[in-house]
Design a protein around this ligand. Structure first.
Ligand code: HEC
Length: 291
């Protein structure tokens, strides 16, 4: 073989370049990823999953949940809400400034979706502009301040996944820092689970859903995972772990459904799936819930 050396070098370069692209470049970009600072807070993100939840990751993997569920929220961009926090001493001037901007910037539409007014302010809207560009939000805040009101900008991540309620921001590398292996998934037969712990925090809900999805979600097409549970005769006293079901899904009389350790680990893992910290590369303004 006269061209043996050339073939070898060509193959070496082809494999070497793809190794650099698929292995070296990702390691250089993400291999040193560390806990990140949560925006406007002294907290860091993420903190590792508790032990039981970490074991649950392996149960999740073993049962092929990632065949139907993703753990990656996509985002198409961001928009700003302008919030008036104080109407100041001259509310009519604030309303006039709002209308001036409204007719200037958006002559054909109202940007406001949820109309709420600041109490005792003569009708000053709480969110005069919603889902607008940053430049417009900046101008609005300045104009409101010029007439004595106080206003601030809320950053909102937008995109189809976020509108579905699957997350507050896109998924980033930090979300998976302590997961081995990462369960990104690629097919969405069911909802994305990246933030399911914030959406459905009740571990008991998760257990009932795993045993009988249709008991909680009408016509659910998710397969039940009954082998993660034990149906057994009630002994002297019912187990404190026994799950409660409506009649249609209840076990035979005298029996109870008790989760095996795997089921509890899986429920702990699902409850730990919370990607709700605002980060530098995926910012948003957390909605403050009233205490
Ligand atoms: C054959 C596809 C399929 C598989 C496999 C599957 N799921 Fe589901 N899952 C669904 C569908 C469809 C839904 C939506 C209906 C529902 O909520 O029951 C769903 C819903 C869910 C929900 C509720 C999410 C929400 O936001 O309402 C959770 C949690 C969940 N699945 C966890 C799991 C876990 C854990 C596993 C692995 C043990 C798993 N799923 C395996 C299809 C699947």
């Amino acid at each position: 073989m006269r061209n043996g050396v050339i073939v070898f070098i060509a193959a070496f370069i082809a494999l070497g370049v793809s190794w650099c692209g698929f292995v070296l470049a990702p390691v250089m970009q993400l291999g040193t990823e560390k806990q990140a600072a949560v925006l406007n807070s002294s907290d860091v993100y993420p903190i590792g999953r508790p032990g039981e939840a970490n074991q649950g990751l392996q149960v999740y993997r073993a049962n092929g949940c990632a065949a139907c569920h993703t753990e990656q929220v996509q985002q198409s961009g961001f928009a700003c809400d302008v919030m008036i926090t104080s109407a100041g001493t001259n509310p009519p001037a604030v309303i006039a400034a709002w209308w001036r901007m409204q007719t200037n910037f958006f002559p054909n539409e109202m940007t406001q979706r949820f109309y709420s007014v600041i109490p005792n302010s003569g009708g000053v809207p709480q969110f005069p502009f919603e889902r607008v560009r940053k430049e417009i939000a900046d101008i609005a805040v300045e104009s409101f301040q010029n007439v004595g009101a106080k206003a601030e900008i809320h950053i909102i991540a937008i995109g189809p996944d976020i509108e579905r309620g699957w997350g507050l921001r896109r998924s980033v590398a930090e979300d998976f820092l302590y997961d081995q292996p990462v369960q990104l998934g690629s097919l969405r037969a069911g909802p994305d689970l990246a933030n399911v712990g914030a959406r459905l925090p009740d571990a008991n809900w998760q257990l009932v859903h795993l045993y009988a999805p249709q008991a909680l979600v009408k016509n659910s097409t998710m397969p039940p995972f009954r082998f993660l549970f034990e149906v057994r005769k009630i002994g002297n006293a019912p187990s404190p772990d026994a799950l409660q079901f409506s009649k249609a899904f209840a076990p035979p009389a005298g029996c109870e459904v008790v989760p095996k350790p795997e089921a509890k680990q899986l429920a702990a893992y699902l409850s730990s799936l919370r990607a709700d910290a605002p980060l530098y590369e995926a910012p948003f303004t957390p909605i403050m819930t009233k205490p």
